[in-house]
Write a protein that binds this ligand. Structure first.
Ligand code: MIC
Ligand code: SF4
Length: 643
């Protein structure tokens, strides 16, 4: 029986367990990446592990999220990360060099290798045939130290692409179609593997748009084969030496098959407030818009920008619209400057931003009250833009640019003939903004620079015999990590200071949560399904840990957040009977007797609602390793205990 590409790469990296779907496997990690908003914690954790030099083939620290430098905190964090990287063998991509996923694809990604990154959009690397997975900072720290990374051996979904995209229909529309069909929960426990004749019609940046936004399916990752298109891309980056051809066997067996005829797709948008709330432009109609933002790790490649420049050429941005453009990397921006496309954008009235995450993480460009904003990004969760009632639509760069000129949502197919946009034969390669680490023998000469905002992470206690705690919060379905631990210009500078950032924990849902949780001392949070979707930020577990949350009981969890809770020593449990969700209210007292014994002996444990006088069952399906971590009070304690 043939193998899928996913199975080939995973089995070549298997160090623990067996390739049995649904069971825990441990894999060897070849590369890691971090970004600044999750990086400070990840490097503090790496330091705490006491490993002098990273043991991966390549580890890169990027600065791209928090670049406003509002106050001393951002720059202190950057200097901390830069110095710790230099000391411990990590490459450092300086602020201004670009968004981690875009730069990693350009300069470091290698087909067939494994990559984990402390950012949920790490699957962008699947665009060149990597198994690239988003993870919590602690998992990345462990991988940097040469430790194994654990995942549930995934099911593999084949997305069979046929046909060819029509002019002005984009790779973004492909992933929006997949989201429409599978939903934001549809990828949980699965890898999405793209195959079929249509694959070769897509360039590497187009493939990367699709694998990037596969994160919104809740998938473990997404992957394309590595073929002649991959070779040409790597060659144009001067990196053809890392190329290997990779694809699934022709008789590979998949768990699910989705067929998409590229020729039949139309321009689409993900409507507020979920990436799977998909409508075609026709269905939405000529809606008046207030803002357009082009960029982010989903859509900021040179090709995307060239299409935008073509649409803006000789035009002026509509007077009622604010258009911002953030090219994904220094490479993209400098090529746009050289070939004149940047001047076209500026002439049209675009506000060109630095190559960073910017508006995607709410660092400026928040829309007006109730404002309608078209964005080429990947997430449109409520409040993420920085404006609580902002209406965010996720679209392709083509649709965004056409609409910015017209002032209303505009089908780019009305623009007439589309010229052929060709990938360059040579990209501008200049890695002068990537700082190499010092050789191991010189590491003692590097001083790690710590600013006063960098506080140690919260400590967690070993699991108590009995958990007896009140419900500090009850929330509904699809709670994102942007609800649990919001980002944005005000809060992001506090990522290195858990006590401070905890003041904003769950503030989107309930501003009184912080004070109540602290005064309760210990508490339990109740959630609906797909709890913790979105970002990989471990702050969404560390802040609740600091505030005394001992367990979270939900209908279901998103993958990365569940792993982060276990790493923090907070017990994630799911209702055995979902109807019990309705029988629990905020402030109810819940008791779980003999927790450790219950978890050890069964996958179902008994919880008592002391206030209402009934028992209910919860599922705790942990691997032995996860149980040990929870007994110890999290991954750091567990690692220390195991020497
Ligand atoms: C995001 O897109 O939500 C982020 C900001 O990149 C996060 C990481 C973070 O919160 O720092 C992610 O995707 O993991
Ligand atoms: Fe940055 Fe947005 Fe991409 Fe997250 S999704 S890495 S915030 S550009």
């Amino acid at each position: 029986m043939g193998l899928t590409l996913t199975e080939k790469i995973l089995s070549a990296h298997l160090v623990e367990g067996e390739m049995i779907k649904g069971t825990e496997i441990g894999i060897r990690i070849d590369q890691t990446l971090t970004q600044d908003a999750t990086g400070t914690m990840a490097y503090l954790e790496f330091e705490a592990m006491g490993v002098p030099r990273v043991k991966t083939e390549r580890s890169v620290a990027y600065i791209d999220h928090n670049t406003l430098q509002n106050g001393f905190m951002n720059m202190d964090d950057h200097r901390f990360i830069g110095s710790i990287a230099k000391k411990h063998g990590i490459y450092f991509s300086r602020p201004g060099n670009g968004i981690c996923h875009q730069v990693h694809l350009e300069r470091f990604g290698v087909p067939g290798k494994t990559l984990i990154g402390s950012d949920s959009h790490t699957p962008t690397g699947g665009g060149i045939g990597m198994i690239a997975i988003g993870a919590g900072g602690m998992d990345v720290a462990v991988a940097m130290g040469g430790g194994t990374y654990y995942i549930t051996c995934p099911k593999v979904v084949k997305v069979e692409l046929t046909g060819k995209l029509q002019p002005w229909v984009a790779a973004k529309d492909v992933i929006l179609e997949v989201l429409k069909r599978l939903s934001v929960k549809g990828g949980v426990g699965k890898v999405i593997e793209y195959c079929g004749e249509g694959v070769k019609t897509l360039s590497v940046p187009e493939r990367a748009t699709i694998t990037n936004m596969g994160a919104e399916l809740g998938a473990t990752t997404s992957i394309f084969p590595s073929d002649e298109v991959t070779y040409e891309f790597l060659k144009a980056q001067g990196r053809e030496d890392v190329y290997t051809e990779l694809s699934a066997d022709s008789d590979a067996v998949y768990d699910e098959i989705v067929e998409i005829n590229l020729s039949e797709l139309e321009p689409m948008a993900a409507c507020p407030h979920s990436p799977d709330n998909i409508k075609t432009v026709d269905e939405i109609g000529a809606m008046k818009i207030d803002q357009v933002c082009i960029g982010s790790c989903t859509n900021s490649s040179l090709m995307d920008m060239m299409k935008v420049a073509h649409i803006l050429k000789g035009k002026t941005v509509h007077p009622d619209v604010s258009l911002s453009i953030a090219p994904g990397s220094k490479q993209v921006l400098s090529m746009l400057a050289e070939n004149g496309a940047l001047a076209i954008m500026l002439e049209a009235g675009a506000r060109v931003l630095e190559s960073a995450c910017g508006p995607c993480i709410g660092m400026g460009q928040s829309p007006n009250s109730g404002g309608i904003s078209l964005r080429t990004f990947n997430r449109n969760f409520e409040g993420r833009s920085g404006t609580a009632d902002g209406q965010i639509y996720l679209v392709s760069p083509e649709l965004a640019a056409a609409s910015a000129v017209a002032g209303v949502l505009t089908d780019p197919r009305t623009l007439g003939d589309m010229p052929e946009f060709k990938m360059p034969e040579k990209f501008n390669v200049n890695d002068n903004m990537i700082v190499e680490p010092v050789p191991a023998e010189d590491m003692d000469s590097v001083e790690v620079l710590r600013g006063p905002n960098i506080k140690p992470f919260p400590t967690s206690e070993p699991m108590p015999e009995t958990i007896d705690a009140k419900v500090s919060l009850k929330v509904g379905d699809n709670i994102t990590t942007d609800h649990i631990m919001p980002a944005g210009a005000k809060i992001l500078p506090l990522r290195s200071n858990i006590p401070e950032i905890s003041k904003y924990c769950f503030a989107v849902c309930d501003e009184t949560f912080h004070d109540r949780a602290l005064s309760m001392g210990k508490s339990i949070v109740i959630g609906g399904s797909n709890y913790g979707q979105g970002s990989s930020r471990e702050h969404a577990a560390l802040a609740p840990l600091y505030l005394g949350v001992k367990a979270v009981i939900t209908k279901s969890f998103a993958r990365i957040h569940m792993a982060n809770l276990i790493n923090a020593g907070i017990i994630p449990m799911t209702f055995a009977n979902e109807a019990d969700y309705d029988r629990i209210d905020a402030n109810d007292e819940l008791m779980i007797a003999n927790v450790a014994d219950q978890i050890k002996n069964s996958t179902t444990i008994k919880v008592t609602n002391v206030t209402k006088g009934f028992d209910f069952d919860c599922i705790v399906n942990f691997s032995d390793r996860q149980k040990e971590m929870l007994y110890a009070g999290g991954l750091l304690n567990y690692t220390k205990n195991n020497g």
